[in-house]
Design a protein around this ligand. Structure first.
Ligand code: ARG
Length: 463
């Protein structure tokens, strides 16, 4: 018999019971549900609504239920519909009258959102920790390969040489912003709905501030209708997961490209590669591909909840039960992706010679040669044209800019002198980019230091 069976003469059939149940998903929130019930019952007793004996019995009963669940000794039954019913039913069974008083002044509507908010906060903590660990792997690669030069790309065409460390740090900063998004999502979840009851508040003299504080919430949601129907904190979590997942697809896509024979910039360790069932020579970047692929379900989870919430009238509607599965899935998926990406990056071998060999192709010095002329007084547009001609000459001869003689240069402009060779050498080209945030060694050193500081600050904030 359901806990609400009073006004019913018949129950639902087995299929409908299963269809309407959320237990398989929300049993993950058992600890939050028990914590919420303890805080609620303690407050009820302190307000004189139930007796101190009731609250002792309720707490003892809840502790036993928690131990049983954790020992895998609790028989979950789909007839309980959800974790709230399962715990309350078991409590009444074990402590009787006191257990039956627990739900005084409370509805599953404020209860479920309280539990979900607590669980979402926990997920955000895990996501922030996973994010920091992944950033550590990027930092370590940047530190270990600080002065390695690689071609920088625009349109996936050779553009200008950059430091590999600079490239790694670009991902560090993307992920550092993801950390901020997880932190914001945690803040959004950090308000307590408990005491809103079904939708309108209750006739009991509840102390909402007390339960909010006992559960570690920053505050109390000021509108009972909003308290039971708001799920934007899950949208915030899903959005943060989606952006992070998309960032990971960009990183993984590059790793996949870099590990091809065409690039040969990196070799993934055997532990982050797989073979082929038919082609004996194959070593595939399966895990990078899988992380790239998993973004589909994470973004799908975000879109799913957006659509579920669209046009939903106030206050609680059963549609809202669809909120948890996608949100939990997205969070766990991104957590796993971060862990996998961290191991993959930590263990991947970098091939500086291959990066350098590519950086000597594709006229990566062209901008610097144009800047050389412009610094000698030629308008930049005219200098751009001159260097365009030099590149065309190289194309026709099948050579690179540093194969040209001083005479070749002078034939295009007499501003060229012997010191033009300084603009053709990769180290000088990179080092010359002294702008704050640029790829010059000094600027990247400074950048690396601020990245390390931010990493320390974010890691400390998790302790
Ligand atoms: N299982 C429900 C959910 O996850 C709990 C709230 C049910 N409330 C109700 N009035 N049916 O949303």
């Amino acid at each position: 018999m359901a806990l609400w069976s009073g006004r019913f003469e018949e129950g639902v059939d087995d299929f409908t019971q299963r269809f309407g149940a959320s237990l398989p998903v929300d049993k993950a929130m058992y600890a939050e549900d028990i914590a919420g019930s303890k805080a609620h019952s303690r407050m009820l007793a302190n307000q004189g609504i139930i007796s101190q004996q009731d609250v002792e019995d309720i707490h003892a009963g809840l502790d036993t239920i928690q131990q049983r669940i954790e020992a895998d000794d609790f028989a979950f039954d789909i007839n309980d519909e959800d974790i709230h019913m399962a715990v309350e039913g078991a409590l009444i069974e074990s402590v009787g009258q006191a257990g039956a008083r627990l739900h005084t002044g409370r509805s599953r509507n404020d209860q479920v959102s309280t539990d979900t908010r607590l669980y979402a906060k926990k997920l955000c903590d895990h996501l922030m920790a996973g994010n920091v660990a992944l950033r550590q792997a990027l930092l370590a690669q940047a530190e270990a390969n600080f002065s390695v030069i690689m071609p920088g790309y625009t349109h996936l065409q050779h553009a200008q040489p950059v430091l590999f460390s600079h490239h790694m740090l670009a991902y560090f900063w993307m992920l550092a912003r993801d950390f901020g998004r997880f932190k914001n999502a945690k803040r959004a979840a950090d308000m307590c709905p408990l005491g809103a009851a079904a939708l309108a508040g209750t006739t009991y003299p509840l102390n909402r501030a007390a339960t909010a504080e006992a559960l570690g919430f920053a505050g109390v949601i000021p509108n009972s209708l909003d308290a039971v129907s708001d799920r934007d904190y899950l949208l915030d979590l899903l959005y943060a997961c989606s952006v992070s997942s998309i960032h990971l697809t960009r990183l993984c896509e590059e790793i996949i490209l870099w590990s091809t024979a065409e690039f040969g910039f990196v070799t993934l360790s055997d532990s982050y590669s797989t073979g082929s069932s038919i082609m004996p020579q194959k070593k595939n970047p399966d895990f990078a591909e899988l992380i790239r692929g998993k973004s589909g379900r994470v973004v799908g989870d975000l879109v799913g909840l957006l659509v579920t919430l669209k046009s939903l009238p106030l206050a609680y509607n059963k549609d809202l039960q669809e909120d948890k599965e996608g949100a939990f899935d997205a969070a766990h998926t991104v957590l796993d992706c971060c862990q996998c990406a961290a191991g993959m990056i930590e263990t991947m071998a970098i091939h500086p010679e291959a990066m350098r060999a590519q950086a000597t192709k594709g006229y990566l010095a062209a901008t610097d040669v144009a800047d050389y002329l412009a610094k000698k007084g030629m308008p930049f547009r005219a200098a751009h044209e001159v260097v365009g001609h030099l590149v065309l000459l190289c194309e026709k001869r099948g050579c690179q800019l540093d194969d040209l003689t001083l005479e070749d240069f002078k034939a295009e402009s007499d501003l060229f002198e012997a010191d033009i060779v300084n603009c053709l050498d990769l180290e000088s080209i990179v080092a010359a980019r002294t702008t704050f945030g640029g790829t010059g060694n000094a600027a990247v050193r400074e950048q690396l230091e601020s990245a390390q500081q931010m990493q320390q600050k974010d890691a400390d904030s998790l302790l």
